[in-house]
Design a protein around this ligand. Structure first.
Ligand SMILES: *[C@@H]1O[C@H](CO)[C@@H](O)[C@H](O)[C@H]1NC(C)=O
Ligand SMILES: *[C@@H]1O[C@H](CO)[C@@H](O)[C@H](O)[C@H]1NC(C)=O
Ligand SMILES: *[C@@H]1O[C@H](CO)[C@@H](O)[C@H](O)[C@H]1NC(C)=O
Ligand SMILES: *[C@@H]1O[C@H](CO)[C@@H](O)[C@H](O)[C@H]1NC(C)=O
Ligand SMILES: *[C@@H]1O[C@H](CO)[C@@H](O)[C@H](O)[C@H]1NC(C)=O
Ligand SMILES: *[C@@H]1O[C@H](CO)[C@@H](O)[C@H](O)[C@H]1NC(C)=O
Length: 511
């Protein structure tokens, strides 16, 4: 060590230690409380956090996930504990509540079990609390919002919480984001929730909540995302939309609502409209005043809806996913659907559509799935469909299509599932491209279709030789795929499949 450094050290060391010791002595008690709380927390874990070790790293403010801050009048204290996705297991002990200056508590994407200690709800400085994607269970505390005046973000989603949503939730008056989706919560929604004037995002989907939906929802004028799908709500969907002009995501799918839907005209900014699996014999709204120029997802499947594809839909130029399957829709398929440049999923199956497949569908360059099965479509399969260069699944089965299978379809190099069974097609089944990989069942039920073979022309084998039951392969475009696709661009499917995977059944609509 040179003279200069030695000199500096001699001068500075007392200075530094003086500063620290004054600080330590004045706030020794509160600081040691933080240490005690952290050690208590880690002693209840079944796993260890490597660098949380007082002997090797005495300053706990440097431990992973721990952030300290110098607070006026309080001193340097732990303000953030962020241990998301760190594979922790065990339970959370009461000692954690000793971190009384905590602002952010994030323990999401771990394997925590048991119930949350009641005293955590006294941490009155908390602004963000994220317990999502764990194995927590038990009822949600009835005192949940007794002390949380500053709580902005509250996530309990994808756990095993049960019982009802406590009335007291309405007292978290600063709340902007609330997600309790993916639990076992039941009974009706407390009215108090509609007092949360700052609420932007409310996720309650995938529970067992029931009752009617109060028209008080319409008072949440800051609401941008609202998802109560996959519950047991019923009754008339009240006209709540006049007050919800900022709404972008509205998903009430898989409940038992009835509605007129014309009221939606107020929500011009909607990007996701999920109404599937509700209703009973209602008419498709045809209103001239409906206009959703930002709509990306429109899901109104499995709802026994009557009528035809409405004209207002042609204004939804941003549409990426359109699901009108399993209804009683009639009329022809409008050719303007071919103008939806961003469309990647189109399901119009199981309706009573008549008429031709529009040639304009060849313009759907981004389409991955086209399902038109179980309708009454007639006319030829347009050769232009070879323009759907990204297409992976094409199902035209159970229609009245005639003519030949266009040779141009061999250009669809991503096509992995193709079905034209049970139509009135004739002629030679194309060879080359993906066509050599499709099973016989894809072509059955068309008396005039045959395969080319080297020993001359052979009729296609009779139906009895089918390799597999017909619908087995179609499971890919059943609900798991549907939910996956939906969640994909709304939220992030990556979270589900990449980061943990220990919630396989609850992963459909993560957030
Ligand atoms: C802390 O680190 C020391 C030295 O590496 C080690 O002996 C001790 O077991 C560690 N303590 C804990 C609780 O991991
Ligand atoms: C130490 O903490 C107490 C309260 O816990 C506070 O009143 C005091 O101002 C703090 N001192 C410093 C130097 O931050
Ligand atoms: C909590 O941490 C995870 C990463 O582990 C992150 O994805 C998530 O956004 C965090 N939660 C909040 C509310 O910031
Ligand atoms: C909410 O807080 C108010 C006063 O702050 C109190 O009167 C009321 O009882 C609380 N409501 C619930 C359900 O705890
Ligand atoms: C509609 O969305 C756009 C873009 O996200 C936003 O700028 C605008 O403020 C929104 N309008 C309303 C009424 O919320
Ligand atoms: C068609 O939809 C009806 C309900 O409208 C359903 O019961 C039936 O199973 C569906 N059929 C097919 C082949 O998907």
């Amino acid at each position: 060590m040179g003279f200069h450094s030695l000199f500096l050290c001699t001068i500075l060391i007392p200075f530094i230690s003086f500063g620290t010791s004054t600080h330590e002595s004045q706030n020794f008690t509160s600081r040691s409380n933080d240490l005690k709380a952290l050690n208590g927390f880690s002693s209840c874990l079944e796993s260890t956090i490597l660098d949380w070790n007082s002997s090797t790293s005495p300053d706990y403010c440097t431990w992973s996930g721990v952030t300290c801050d110098a607070l006026p009048h309080v001193g340097t204290r732990v303000v953030r504990l962020e241990l998301g996705s760190t594979r922790l297991s065990g339970k959370i002990c009461e000692s954690l509540a000793g971190l009384d200056q905590l602002r952010v508590l994030n323990l999401s994407y771990n394997f925590f079990t048991a119930s949350l200690p009641e005293n955590l709800f006294h941490l009155q400085n908390l602004e963000v609390m994220d317990f999502s994607n764990n194995h927590f269970e038990g009822p949600v505390s009835t005192a949940i919002c007794s002390s949380f005046n500053r709580l902005r973000v509250f996530k309990l989603s994808n756990n095993f919480f049960s019982g009802e949503i406590p009335e007291n939730l309405g007292n978290c008056s600063s709340l902007q984001h609330l997600s309790i989706n993916g639990n076992d919560l039941s009974r009706s929604l407390p009215e108090s929730i509609f007092q949360l004037q700052n609420l932007n995002e409310l996720y309650l989907q995938n529970n067992k909540l029931s009752g009617t939906l109060s028209e008080e929802v319409g008072k949440l004028s800051n609401l941008v995302e609202f998802d109560i799908s996959n519950n047991d709500f019923f009754g008339f969907l009240p006209n709540i939309f006049g007050g919800l002009t900022r709404l972008k995501v509205f998903n009430v799918g898989s409940n038992r609502f009835t509605a007129t839907l014309e009221d939606l005209s107020h929500c011009r900014n909607l990007s996701m409209l999920g109404l599937s699996k509700n209703f009973h014999n209602e008419e498709m709204p045809q209103g001239q005043n409906l206009e959703f120029s930002n709509l990306k997802v429109f899901a109104l499947g499995n709802s026994q809806i009557k009528g035809s594809i409405p004209n207002w839909l042609s204004g939804c130029k941003m549409l990426q996913m359109l699901d009108l399957s399993w209804n009683h829709l009639t009329g022809s398929i409008p050719s303007w659907i071919g103008k939806f440049n961003n469309l990647y999923y189109l399901d119009l199956s199981n309706n009573s559509f008549t008429g031709n497949i529009p040639q304009s569908f060849g313009n759907l360059k981004g389409l991955h799935v086209m399902d038109l099965k179980h309708n009454s479509l007639s006319g030829p399969i347009p050769w232009e469909l070879s323009g759907m260069t990204m297409l992976e699944i094409l199902d035209l089965s159970h229609n009245k299509l005639s003519g030949e299978i266009p040779q141009s379809l061999i250009e669809l190099s991503f096509l992995s599932s193709f079905d034209v069974s049970h139509n009135e097609l004739h002629g030679e089944i194309p060879t080359k491209g993906q066509f050599d990989t499709f099973p016989t069942t894809s072509f059955e039920g068309n008396k005039g279709l045959y395969r080319h073979s080297t020993s001359g022309f052979m009729p296609s084998p009779p139906d009895e030789t089918r390799a597999q039951p017909h619908h087995q392969k179609l499971e890919i475009i059943g609900f798991p795929f549907w939910f996956g696709a939906l969640a994909g661009f709304l939220i992030t499917i990556a979270i589900c499949f990449a980061s943990d995977g220990h919630h396989p059944t609850k992963c459909h609509q993560a957030n």
